[in-house]
Ligand binder design. Sequence first.
Ligand code: MD3
Ligand code: FE
Length: 204
Amino acid sequence: ETGFDGIGLYPGFFGETAQRALVERLQAGFGAAPPYRPRMPRTGRPWSILQTNFGQLGWVSRPGGYAYSPVNDVSKAPWPAIPAALLALWDDLAAYPAPPECCLVNLYDAPKSRMGLHRDEDEEALDAPVLSLSLGDTCIFRVGGFARGDKSKSFRLASGDVLVLGGASRLRYHGVDRVISGSSRLIPGGGRINLTLRRVTRPA
Ligand code: MD3
Ligand code: FE
């Protein structure tokens, strides 16, 4: 229903009660893996969002490039476990024969927070979908083609919405143009949290 082969949108897949429970569970995990502001490789320019991870592997942005790492670069501690509700979401929708290894958490904490157009290509298991769950404020999300300048289409992602990104669309360019401040009351203090579940390594 998005018009893109391999992209499925499930509006309100998580109800309010499940959303609230998950936000509490995430905030508990943030104690052991506090969200931090990554910097761009090479330029060192700070991102407009905060990030952290759950799972055996976390996605990190380092001076030398992007990587998946079993530990937090700041504390050197392993990332906390992926919450059970998210493992269940993967079982429901991923149609993949192995569990996710990474849950990347993006926190859009400021009115100007955004994510530029990019492709997710640091995973070896490119046959696995990426699952995205949005919490809190609605955002304007953009999906394009396979080259940076291809025409694109935008969608709103609201709290509780799940997006499955797989098949022919797994390597499409995409980004978040902006967040609509004050559009949700889910997160104390406002903002948006996006969770992406990823299989990184090829299953044995
Ligand atoms: C379309 N996050 O973490 S999630 C990311 O809302 C990322 O924070 C955005 O892009 C966010 O890498 C968008 C939706 C998403 C994720 C992966 C995709 C859309 C995608 C891969 C291919 C096409
Ligand atoms: Fe992405």
